[in-house]
Design a protein around this ligand. Structure first.
Ligand SMILES: [Zn+2]
Length: 251
């Protein structure tokens, strides 16, 4: 089972990368065959096996011998390893299915937000449907309603922050994708832990923003990856963060 999960993760990572790189450019992901970005040669099935094709072709296209971007290898390995770690932590459980959604969203947002400065709508929608179905099956109707309400509340909090940002900085300080993503964070973790994610994400983003500002004088940084990173951290260390909240509310 762990080996199957790892292989599934490798393949899924490859798929996530294709989605992340092609959908923002409005390229077809299902019906068009994979091609080399350099020579546009159509790739055969044996050029598309995760990890192995990369290693056997020594990181080059087998037709034009241009280097294949290592992000292919990194993305496949990262997804495989993270899917496997989750399985070892949770087994095949409700927590694990949610974990897979969190990890997949995080990896996808890393790609699209760092490269194109956008968060795609369709994966967010798919995630919402999956989370609602999982919560309904495992926790029941009442839990779904609480989670939906939490999602709406967190969405409104982010909308308010976006509004403040526009008033203060006179331009878009927060992308629409970030606001929509906040809905999913609330849906997954409910309101209090969702707020913890928002707070943690600002701490994660701060060093990166300052470094970017200092090095490139560019003050526009993607915020999605830090939201997604904070979501993953809070999700994985749920007990610790829950204990922290209980402690703060008992003061
Ligand atoms: Zn090529």
């Amino acid at each position: 089972m762990p080996i199957l999960i790892f292989i599934f993760g490798l393949c899924f990572g490859s798929f996530l990368l294709v989605v992340g790189l092609r959908v923002p450019k409005h390229q077809d992901i299902i019906f068009s065959r994979s091609i080399c970005d350099e020579c546009h040669h159509q790739l055969k099935w044996y050029n598309l096996i995760p990890i192995f094709s990369y290693l056997f072709q020594k990181g080059q296209c087998s037709y034009c011998h241009k280097k294949i971007a290592p992000i292919n290898l990194i993305m496949e390995l990262a997804t495989g390893i993270l899917f496997l770690i989750g399985y070892l932590m949770y087994g095949l459980s409700y927590q694990y299915f949610l974990y897979l959604i969190v990890i997949s969203l995080m990896l996808l947002i890393f790609i699209t937000d760092f490269i194109y400065m956008i968060i795609l709508d369709s994966p967010l929608l798919i995630a919402i449907v999956l989370i609602v179905v999982l919560k309904f099956v495992y926790l029941g109707k009442e839990a779904v309603l609480i989670s939906l309400a939490s999602g709406v509340l967190l969405f409104l909090v982010m909308l308010f922050i976006q509004f403040l940002g526009q008033k203060i900085f006179k331009r878009d300080a927060l992308g629409g994708g970030d606001v929509k993503f906040a809905f999913i964070i609330g849906l997954l973790l409910n309101f209090r832990l969702g707020l913890v994610v928002l707070i943690l994400s600002t701490f994660l983003a701060l060093p990166y923003s300052l470094a970017t500002l200092y090095i490139t004088k560019n003050n526009e940084v993607p915020y999605g990856p830090f939201l997604a990173g904070a979501l993953t951290i809070v999700f994985v260390f749920l007990d610790k963060f829950q204990a922290l909240i209980n402690f703060l509310f008992s003061l």
